[in-house]
Every structure is written in structure tokens, then in C-alpha cells.
Design a binder for this molecule. Sequence first.
Ligand code: SF4
Length: 445
Amino acid sequence: MGTAKTEQIYIETYGCQMNVYDTQLVESIVCEAGHTLVNTVEAASVVMLNTCSVRENANTKVYNRIHTIRQAKQNQPVKIGILGCMATNFKSDLLNDPKLNIDFIAGPDSYKQLPSLIDNCYDSQEKPFDVTLSEFETYSDVMPAQKSGVNAWLAIMRGCNNFCSFCVVPFTRGRERSRSADNIVEEVERLVALGYEQVTLLGQNVNSYRDEHYDFADLMAKVSDVPGIRRIRFTSPHPKDFPEKLLHVIAERDNICNQLHMPLQSGNTELLKKMNRPYSKEEFLGLLDTARAIIPNVSISTDIIVGFPGETDAAFEDTADVTRRANFEKAYIFEYSPRENTLASRRYPDDVPKAIKNQRLQALNAIQKENRSQILLSQVGQVQRILMDQATTKKGNDMAGRNESDTIVIVPEAMATHLAVGDWLDVTITGATPLVLYGTPVNHE
Ligand code: SF4
């Protein structure tokens, strides 16, 4: 029998938006079990870190954080639990390292077990853990504890079957499974009733979304039909099986943003094969041409890895070439680091020197900065609709909103006095930096 005491729980989230969403699920589950959420480590009797394993520095950050928490709480009792991808990937290391002294562990499909895991860590001889990966768990029966704001995240599916050779997600989050479209529509209706203006649908590979009757394009149309939802975004699709039908749905619907996140990873066809990403450089560029033909003003962003095993100068030049030609509005560029359990880490030596990886990262960032500067500069003079989402920026009392491409548009303080988070505003774009736009309200005297 557990002690079933009421805990003060503090949760910290690392990594992707899926983890941000999962933390909201966890908050809902532990509150339902009678526990209370607190905002600081100091006030907590239980600290949970919802972790990420996608990049090496994410792991290191968590290990350092565990030590800091132990130090901060050395005179107070505290239980520390690890959730998320590191829980699945490093279960034994985490449980057996006496310096870390972790009390319990829950993988991404085991959050409903958290109340009993917390309970058991007081009186069990063994440290409790559950990292079972499920073929069915979608948490469709848990309403996430959404924070107030203008955007709500909504996971439409979990897991991934693609096994890109560098990626740990299929090992830490298990196989693909989708929530039913009706259940997703119900959640969007609830979010609208709570006052959300925008929803972002999340999945590791949304092209694989399937329920009994609908594919992802159908689901987007159904979500777009929910009365009151004014902006819909989604992430991420996969270039290998991107459906043209989805491009038409985006083009036809005003409340679906003309925005695509299309992860390139590499522009070299041979390297893409080694990455187990079945498309070529030419197919990727062709897909962008098709997208731009169907949605003329579409904003395209991407993810790129530099320094994957075997990346020669010529292979890197292919990636640089695609980066120039694709005219991405945003690119998230990372240096390769081997992830435990992945095919790449077992089969391919990490043979690109760190210094070369870094040079390539800088080179791509420079190309991308030029792309983005040109795109943002070309928008000066346009009238854009923005959704205000930040009360202040670093500079005084300016306010900021986001346009359809998700770019921040700053409205200077003098013209922002009557604005509030959640307001919609038409602005004339008056200036651009490589990072943000500046705008003044249309009709401002
Ligand atoms: S599609 Fe590839 S990169 Fe994306 S989560 Fe799945 S395995 Fe990882």
C-alpha cells in the first residue's frame, strides 16, 4: 500500500513541442490524482523532468540539472522522477547511478501510471519505473492542462515507424498510432470554448495519420470546419510521402496557415539513403515547386543535419545548394551526434571532425540568414494580419504578434497601447531585420 500523500509537484520540460504537450497531459493526470502543481523547485516535494534524447546536449543539460536540484534541496526531502525520451533510452543508467539518485521513471506511454509510481517511490524496496511502449496509448481520454494563451498544442498521433537512421524517436516513443478524428475535433471545440484562437496539430510524421475513415488531409478539413477556430498550423510532415491532396486543403482554407515545415535533413541523395530517408535531392526540390504552385505564398521551413557520417565536401555542397534554391524562410540546422540504439550509431563511424561540422553549420547558417533577410525584406509594404501573442518584447512596452508564416511582427509601444494578447490586427509592414518584422496598425493616425 502506498502512502497516498498529497505532493507539491514541479515539472520542467525539455525538447520538442510534443514534450510541452505531454507535460500538460502529466499535469492533468497528477492533479486528477489529488496532487498540487507548484512553480519552483524550492516549493516542490516531487520534481519531474520531462526529457528529450534527440540531441546530445539535451541529455547533458538534464544530468546537470539533476545535480543542481539535488544541491538546492540537500536539506529538504525531494523525490526526483525522469519522464520522456531519456527515461526510455537510459532507464538503467538513471536508476543505477548513485550520484543521480533518481527515485522513479516513466516513459512517454506510461504517464497514467505516474500517481502509483510517485506513491510507490516512498515504500518500495525497488525504485519504481514503467517504460513500456504501447501500440494503443494515445491519451485521447486525458484533457491536457492547457495554459492560457493564444495557441494550443494538440497531439493527433504518437510514435513513429520511419526509423530514420540517426533518430532515436522510434525507440523512445514506439510505433505510430493515431487518435480518432472525432476525438480530435471534440478537443478543438473545447479549446475554442476556452478562448484559444489557434491550434497546432502535432505528430512525428503527420502524413501517416489514419483513423478508420480519414487521412491527414481529411482531418485538417474537419478541424478547419470547427466554428471559431481562426488559425491552424501543423508539424511535421515527411517529404517521402507528402500528399498533394493536403496542399489543396491548405490552399482552399483561409484558417489553415500557408506554412509548411518540410524537414530536408540532407541535400545529398546518397546520404539521404544512409539516413533511411527515401527521397532524392531532385524529388525534394520538385515537392517544393509543387507546393509553391498550389499555394503561391507558402512559407517553408526545414530541419538540416550537418556532418552525418560520410558527408564529404561534395555531399555538403548538395545540402548548401538545396538551401540556396529552396529559399527556406526558417531552417533549424544541427551538427550530427550519434544517438544510442540508432542504426547510424551502430553502422556508421562518426567520421566528420567536429571542426568541419561546425564550419558547415556556420556556412549553412550564413546562406539561410541571407534567404530569410531577403524574404522578410520583400514583405515591407505588405498589409498582414497578425495575432498578438506577447505583451512586451525586450524593448520597452512594444507588443508583438505573429503573421501567417509564424514570423514575429513588432508593433511599437506608441501604437500598441490599446492592444491585448489575443487581439487580431492588420498591420502595414514597415521594416525587417533577419529575425523579425516591424509593423504599424492599418489606419493608425
Ligand atoms: S520521421 Fe524520422 S526523424 Fe522524424 S521522428 Fe520519425 S524517425 Fe525521427
